[in-house]
Write a protein that binds this ligand. Structure first.
Ligand code: SF4
Length: 203
């Protein structure tokens, strides 16, 4: 009787193991496909926006690695913040980011997004983009060349292929109060719309 029970338990464990392996293989395939079809919002801020046209056109042709531009946030999964952000611009950046559906990723292009760069003591320009929206990849330099941006995309694709759990959109969901508090320090309560309803029911 006991042997029969143990045999049955082993069968169940093997089945569970097979299901988990299948699920993990499917997830790996999904991650691979996702990494090779990245839709980037056609949006530029700061001087880095000048480097994006050659990156996306025939000179560097980033479409070779599966990266294309799209016109609206609802179709996009990558937002490039391509340089310094004035308070006015930051508001549009946040709004665009929140309108994008998950999974979504942010590439911060240039020193200004890391520490303010040459605008570090400006009265109307932010210093650390990461205080307001989560950043997945930083590409440093002033201004970074298309090769550097392409390398940033390759790194992001590696992260997606490896199913990195610390993707920025998850941080934004889990630490939303932190980001909203920082946003409020600049805008007060004047952030419209907040899109907080988007998080309802998600885990
Ligand atoms: S990092 Fe340099 S190139 Fe980029 S936005 Fe700032 S000043 Fe311009």
């Amino acid at each position: 009787m006991q042997e029969g029970f143990i045999d049955y338990q082993k069968v169940l464990e093997n089945e569970e193991h097979a299901i988990k392996s299948t699920q993990s293989a499917i997830q790996k395939a999904i991650d691979w496909f996702r990494s090779k079809s990245m839709f980037v919002l056609a949006y530029g801020t700061g001087c880095g926006a000048i480097e994006m046209p050659p990156t996306f056109t025939s000179r560097y042709d980033i479409e070779r690695i599966g990266v294309v531009g799209v016109a609206t946030p609802r179709q996009a999964d990558v937002l490039i913040v391509s340089g310094y952000c004035s308070y006015k611009t930051l508001k549009r950046v946040i709004r665009s980011y929140e309108q994008m559906s998950e999974p979504k990723y942010v590439i911060a292009l240039g020193s200004c997004t890391i520490n303010g760069g040459m605008y570090w003591d400006s009265y109307n320009t932010i210093k650390r983009l990461e205080d307001y929206i989560p950043v997945d990849i930083f590409v440093n330099g002033c201004m970074p060349r298309p090769e550097a941006l392409i390398e940033g995309f390759v790194k992001l694709q590696d992260n997606i292929k490896n199913s990195k759990k610390e993707a920025g959109f998850i941080k934004y969901r889990e630490n939303n109060e932190f980001y909203k508090e920082n946003q409020k320090k600049i805008f007060g309560d004047n952030i419209e719309p907040t899109y907080e309803a988007n998080f309802a029911g998600m885990n």
